[in-house]
Design a protein around this ligand. Structure first.
Ligand SMILES: CCCCCCCCCCCCC/C=C/[C@@H](O)[C@H](CO[C@@H]1O[C@H](CO)[C@@H](O)[C@H](O)[C@H]1O)NC(=O)CCCCCCCCCCCCCCCCC
Length: 381
């Protein structure tokens, strides 16, 4: 779509007509249609911006990337604005893929699993038919005649069934067993890869889901909200934000690191949440089986100092809904009943022995970064 929109320039020139072109998910503007050949004066990627309509002005639409970029626009009339809104909304819906890499993989793998499972069902039905045929023949006493062929068929169906089952297991393992944090490869400068870090954080969420209580909903919302804020930043220019450090430094240079809802702020809170989790898991690894006690201790060492009485109240509620040790470990398994196996407990400690140091190293790198650029804050929420 293209056409004239009035763009807010500044307090001297006010609203100025400009020629706007929405193409390939980017809204670009030119001085005028005639001057388009001179090149665009500016552009904004629709997938990463917020689209807002004005509460009283029916011609106005604002596009903003918080703390970064804004286009305040007015259409010629309300009907024209409506057309732009539809076009912008469509561009955003088509191009915005807010899902993290992990979410995408989960969806793809779930689809693949469904297909494999229907194949399994088919082979299972086939096997049953073939086995029934053997049984019937046996009952009629003519097994010797049909036995060889039917036996070969059963063998071949069994082989295919087992092969498909094996494929199913591979997809399931790849989907649900992420070696969170420990498989993040730091670059030579200790750069923490943005996408891998976010994937590792995201892998924690299903555990919160499994714990089930609605009391954990605000915790999940906050945690996922911060992952998404950083992910949005990554999406806005993925080539330039390969590591968490590159994102923070970019915001420091632009003096937006302290701005509300910046990626730096989101990472600050994500880090605090992860420190809390690390303390908690360390207690568990040291043998603490009283989950509320471990949570309370970890909270006291990490998050409590940043929380006012309201959020402390939320924590107190979460504490009351805390699972037992058995409930907690059951939420960690990918296959129901695995927590009852004798090797389960040693497995948890073995995993935590790898997971906790890896997580600690990355948090220490981030601590140093925040210290160096004075990004810490004592603000109590
Ligand atoms: C096993 C049970 C786990 C229970 C965990 C209870 C933790 C309770 C924490 C207290 C409630 C927090 C609710 C939200 C508080 C927010 O107000 C606060 C501030 O938010 C920030 O505000 C900024 C503006 O001021 C904003 O811009 C920023 O984006 C926003 O974040 N947020 C926090 O204090 C952060 C709390 C993070 C808590 C994360 C806990 C993660 C725990 C996961 C447990 C999973 C279990 C084990 C998984 C094992 C995996 C190997």
């Amino acid at each position: 779509m293209e056409g004239i929109l009035h763009k807010w320039t500044n307090y001297i020139s006010g609203w100025q007509p400009r020629w706007f072109v929405l193409e390939g998910g980017t809204l670009s503007y030119y001085d005028s249609q005639e001057d388009a050949w001179k090149g665009c004066k500016g552009s904004i990627k629709v997938s990463v911006c917020e689209i807002q309509v004005h509460s009283t002005d029916s011609t106005r639409v604002d596009l903003t990337i918080p703390g970064e970029q804004y286009f305040y626009l007015r259409a010629i009339n309300a009907a024209e604005r409506q057309k732009w809104l539809v076009a912008l909304g469509t561009a955003k819906a088509c191009l915005t893929d807010n899902r993290t890499k992990r979410e995408k993989e989960l969806q793809e793998n779930t689809e693949a699993l469904k297909t494999k499972m229907s194949e399994l069902r088919l082979y299972c039905d086939l096997l049953l038919q073939q086995v029934n045929k053997i049984k019937e023949s046996d009952e009629l006493g003519n097994l010797a005649e049909t036995g060889l062929d039917t036996g070969d068929m059963v063998k071949s169906t069994c082989t295919t069934f087992l092969k498909t089952l094996e494929e199913c297991m591979q997809i399931a393992t790849r989907t649900f067993n992420t070696d969170i944090f420990s498989d993040i490869n730091l670059d030579d400068d200790n750069g923490i890869p943005t996408q891998e870090f976010l994937d590792s954080c995201y892998a924690i969420v299903p555990v919160l889901d499994k714990l089930g209580s609605t009391v954990f909903a605000p915790v999940k919302m906050d945690f996922v909200g911060n992952i998404k804020k950083i992910h949005q930043k990554l999406l806005s220019d993925s080539d330039n934000f390969p590591t968490l450090q590159s994102i923070v430094l970019h915001e420091v240079e632009r003096e937006v690191a302290h701005v509300r809802n910046s990626a730096t702020e989101a990472l600050l809170w994500l880090r605090r949440g992860l420190k809390f989790l690390m303390e908690f898991l360390s207690e568990v690894n040291e043998g603490q089986t009283d989950v509320p006690r471990a949570l309370n201790n970890s909270y006291g060492k990490t998050l409590r100092r940043y929380h006012g009485w309201v959020v402390r109240g939320v924590f107190a509620l979460a504490l009351r809904a805390a699972p037992s040790y058995a409930g907690f470990t059951a939420a960690l398994v990918t296959k129901e009943g695995d927590e009852l196996k004798s090797s389960f407990s040693s497995g948890i400690h073995r995993d935590l022995d790898v997971y906790l140091p890896a997580m600690g190293k990355q948090l220490a790198i981030l601590d140093a970064l925040y210290e160096e650029y004075n990004l810490e804050s004592d603000e109590v929420v």
